[in-house]
Design a protein around this ligand. Sequence first.
Ligand code: HEM
Length: 439
Amino acid sequence: MKANTAEKWIEQRIRKYGPISKLSLFGKPTVFVYGPAANKFVFNGDSSTIANQQPKSIRMILGDRCLVELSGQDHKRVRDALVSFLKPESLKKYLETIDGEIREHLKLHWHGKEHVTVLPLMKTLTFNIICSLLFGLRRGAERDQFVSNFETMLAGMWSVPVNLPFTRYNGSLKASAIVQNMLKDLIQEKKKKLEYKTASPHQDLITCLLSIRDENGQEVITEKEIVHNVMLVMVAGHDTSSVLITFLIRLLAKDPAVYAAVLQEQEEIAKGKSMGEFLTWEDLTKMKYTWRVAMETLRMIPPVFGGFRKTLKASNSNSFLSIIAWLSLADVLLIHFQIFWDTNMTHMDDSIFPEPSKFDHSRFENQSSIPPYCYLPFGAGYRICPGYEFARIETLLVIHRLVTQFTWKLQCSDNAFSRDPIPVPTKGLPIQIVPKNLQ
Ligand code: HEM
């Protein structure tokens, strides 16, 4: 995975065995699937037949009540609560907060510098946006303590779950316990503030989740669920968006025609604004070209390579039957197997996206022409990423501020990246920057 050989290995498998094949992964019988029909089965399968499957390390670190561990009614209840905060109508209220964080970040980490390394900086930025928006944590000692524990927690998320002293996994578990305690304290603080009406339900994700009530006035989501899901959102929303923005910055430096068109769109918006004015929802609706470029970047370099599901019982759907046709009788009788779905192979299928290795943002001019279950950077079906709108907003706002304030040149101009398991460009993408008012 690290040397980015995973894509090639999968490609070879498909050439040899076709779109469905059986293998053993992490010691478990696994069926690898790809293509629209298999994707439909994976993403829309009935929750009594198919469930999400995460490595044990994720469950131990993020907790057993986080969304990716839940299924059926529990999944729907917790997901609805998260979506009530992450939906566009709700996020509209926080544009100034996000834009403010971006401007502050550029002032601190970009202005006055000649060289920066993009990926670590974008991780800092997306983490800071999450901290202020989801927990209402402003800059300062409390946020810094959060960051350092969070980074230790992340480091062991994909490691072998053997809890021995001094291993990454052991460090992650300890950091997870500290983060959970910090969140519990934060929740108590916010509960009091809500009670004394010194905080509003719309202040941040935690106050929003604490305030949701059912028809009988009872809390819909427990404190444990708030802690586990806030940790999930921190992890799910931080690496993914920072990777998308990083690869967009690389693309803009390598493709002068795309850069010129993005710049024109963003300068047109900047012209209508006075000094220091925040961007608005209406401004975002004008950034259509920039978002198409982002969508094509996500097609070619999806931050999430794929994922796992597990079968719970047999189903008589055609796709299920075609999958078990590939298994041995013993597997069929057991009927519990792991499914590994892959984004990249579907995105690189030339029957879906002609000339798939060519960067062509015009594929997204008419999005309804893309068949269902073929464009999967955010997944699909009832587990489709609930952070899509959040990612779109922060990506567009960052690109606007960058192209209107800086020009940049790559210091490593290769097209390579490794996976960790998210894509990482060579050396984290070092660039040389020049602020525009100095040109
Ligand atoms: C470019 C940015 C992002 C990408 C490419 C991305 C991609 C994905 C993918 C592929 C899934 C798995 C879907 C599945 O298993 O079927 C997912 C799930 C999820 N994402 Fe994102 N994501 C991004 C940003 C975000 C952000 C910003 C947040 C939160 C603020 C977020 C929160 C989540 C959550 C909570 C889930 C679990 C959903 C569930 O199991 O129901 N993501 N994301």
